[in-house]
Design a protein around this ligand. Structure first.
Ligand SMILES: [Fe+2]
Length: 199
C-alpha cells in the first residue's frame, strides 16, 4: 500500500466514523497501517531518509486535512515524555526499527496534577500496530528507541492534533500537565514517497 492509498483509507474511515464503533475504526486504521508499514518500498524510503535532527516529525499529508499521518524518526536512545493525544482516535506503527511504547492510565486527579500508573508495554515494529483511544486510561503513553540504530514510526490521528499535554514528573510522585503545541519539521512529505506499490 502506497502513501496515497493510506491517506485515502484514513479519509474514508474519517467520513464513516459516525457509523462505526471504536473497535471498527481501530481495525480499519490498523489494517491499512499494517499494509503501509510492511511495504518494502516504504521501508526503503525510511531507511534512506536522512533526518535533520535525532527527533524529526514529518507530516505526510496536507496540513489542511482534518486528520494527520505523521512519520517520526527516532535516533538511538531518543524518547518522548509521557503525553496524551488530545482525545483523538489513532494508531501507531513502524517502518523500521523497534520502538518501545509504555501506556499509562490516570489513577487520580489532584487539582492541576494527576497520578499515573503504567498499564502496558508494547514493541512497535513493522507490521505491529498499537491503538490510541480517547480517555484517561488509554491515550497516554511514552515511546523510546532503546536500540543502537534509527527507528521510523508512523502515527495516524483521525482528528488533527494542534495541542496536546506532556506529563512532567512533579514532587510526591504526581505529574504536572504541560500544554504543548504539536509541530512538524516538514509538511506534505507523502508527495516524495514511492507510489503505486502493491496494495
Ligand atoms: Fe504519542
Amino acid at each position: 500500500m502506497d502513501v496515497t492509498a493510506l491517506i485515502d483509507a484514513v479519509s474514508r474511515t474519517k467520513s464513516q466514523a459516525d457509523e462505526l464503533t471504536r473497535r471498527q475504526i481501530i481495525d480499519q486504521l490498523s489494517g491499512a497501517l499494517a499494509k503501509f508499514t510492511t511495504s518494502p518500498e516504504n521501508q526503503r524510503f525510511a531507511e534512506k531518509y536522512r533526518p535533520r535532527g535525532n527527533y524529526t516529525r514529518l507530516l505526510l499529508n496536507s496540513p489542511q486535512d482534518a486528520y494527520q499521518l505523521v512519520l517520526v524518526f527516532w535516533g538511538p536512545g531518543k524518547g518522548s515524555p509521557i503525553h496524551d493525544h488530545d482525545e483523538t482516535i489513532g494508531v501507531v506503527g513502524a517502518l523500521t526499527g523497534e520502538t518501545k511504547e509504555i501506556k499509562y492510565a490516570v489513577t487520580r486527579h489532584e487539582g492541576e496534577r494527576v497520578k499515573l500508573a503504567r498499564s502496558s508495554e508494547f514493541t512497535i515494529a513493522p507490521g505491529r500496530v498499537t491503538p490510541i483511544l480517547p480517555g484517561d486510561d488509554q491515550q497516554l503513553h511514552l515511546m523510546v528507541n532503546e536500540e543502537q540504530h534509527w527507528a521510523a514510526t508512523v502515527h495516524v490521528y483521525l482528528t488533527s492534533i494542534h495541542h496536546y499535554r506532556q506529563y512532567e514528573a512533579a514532587p510526591g510522585g504526581a505529574f504536572q500537565l504541560a500544554e504543548t503545541p504539536l509541530w512538524f519539521d516538514e509538511w506534505e512529505v507523502g508527495r516524495r514517497m514511492p507510489t503505486s506499490t502493491r496494495s
